[in-house]
Ligand binder design. Structure first.
Ligand SMILES: [Zn+2]
Length: 363
């Protein structure tokens, strides 16, 4: 890595619909509309953070303002395409309502919509987190949306469409972007690691992908962190240390003490994890996952099941597994309210021990 290290999310931001990961349905609809040049004046992209709302909006902006004509494949070479990619297009007005709420000049900017574009075919307003616009800005937006001049396109993005007035919703084509799957994120992480010629373990990238919880942006910033932590390589042991993840073996050991009904060992073990600085909220999350694995092992027999899982599954009834699972999920929910992570985890596991319905497994 050199000194001009550029964050991965920016360096690998997709510049064409083809490079975009996921959002197949939205992209297909947009491509069809662009290639038929039948364009609505208002588009609303909804979805959680880091799923590609503004990225799609920027590609769309290039598609309609590219100097070689409206199409789903902007040239990427004309001055307009280059200006949009570098955030310097005069006719693409990007506003972030989250950081400008109540600022009067946003209303002025929206009221200027009636003026013609400076250089391009369309004057495009890309408004992120549009639900956070101030009331006066909303009114200015609505006024234009109600009778949009030919030269105007609105690209609105929000994580919270429920907060948008129906008057805005009804005047826009709405696209609900999905969270990305772990597989989609993993594919992009691998692509980037190869492009950067950096070493990685596939399991480490899988862990990062799953930690992203559907957000490419979050996964990429975690990848940035782990590349710098691992001095250029991404390894499982580094990810675990960096995130304070509890190893699978430790989760199995914790479950073993729990199923053996050994409260002292359970507490001692939790304190060991806590002393080591492990992430105990995550440990509880992984324990819920283990209860699910054991339940499935009891339901569907298979030769490929880990022997330790088979042993654990013989020690507990389906009924208790259900109760433990429910308690671990509730314990995770309550974790932010617990005086500390350690107390939260200890009380959750003690609750499981207190409420276990039987000592011998009944199937
Ligand atoms: Zn172009």
């Amino acid at each position: 890595m050199n000194n001009n290290y550029q964050v991965l999310a920016r360096k690998y931001r997709p510049h064409t619909f083809k490079e975009l990961v996921g959002q197949v349905h939205t992209v297909k609809t947009l491509i069809n509309a662009l290639d038929a040049n039948s364009l609505h004046h208002g588009f609303l992209f909804t979805g959680t953070r880091g799923v590609g709302k503004t990225t799609i909006a920027r590609i769309f902006a290039k598609s309609i303002n590219c100097e070689s004509g409206v199409s789903s494949i902007p040239c990427g070479k004309c001055s307009t395409c280059i200006e949009i990619d570098s955030g310097q297009s005069v006719d693409l007005i990007e506003l972030d309502a989250a950081s400008h709420t109540g600022v009067d000049n946003m209303r002025d900017i929206l009221e200027n919509a009636q003026y013609m574009p400076t250089k391009n075919r369309y004057k495009i307003y890309l408004i992120d987190e549009v639900h956070m616009l101030s009331k006066s800005s909303f009114n200015a937006l609505l006024k234009t949306l109600e009778e949009p001049p030919e030269h105007i396109k609105f690209l609105l993005a929000t994580t919270d469409p429920g907060k948008l007035p129906i008057t805005v919703l009804s005047r826009c084509l709405q696209f609900n972007l999905q969270k990305l799957t772990d597989k989609e994120i993993l594919g992009q992480l691998k692509y980037i690691m190869k492009a950067e010629s950096l070493d990685y373990e596939e399991d480490a990238l899988s862990q990062i992908a799953s930690f992203g919880e559907g957000s490419m942006r979050d996964a990429l910033s975690l990848l940035d962190q782990s590349i710098s932590y691992g001095k250029g390589s991404v390894l499982v042991k580094d990810i675990k240390a960096m995130l304070g993840l509890v190893s699978h073996d430790d989760i199995i050991e914790l479950a073993t003490h729990l199923f053996d009904q050994e409260p002292q060992k359970v507490i001692k073990f939790i304190r060991k994890l806590s002393h080591r600085g492990d992430n105990l909220t995550n440990a509880l999350h992984d324990l819920s996952s283990l209860f699910h694995t054991i339940s499935i092992a009891k339901t569907i027999s298979s030769d490929t099941i880990d022997k330790r899982i088979t042993k654990l599954s013989s020690q507990i009834s389906n009924q208790d597994l259900q109760i433990f699972y429910q308690m671990s999920i509730n314990g995770t929910k309550d974790m932010p309210l617990a005086p500390s992570e350690q107390i939260g985890l200890e009380m959750t596991l003690l609750r499981m021990l207190a409420f276990r319905s039987d000592s011998a497994p009944v199937n």
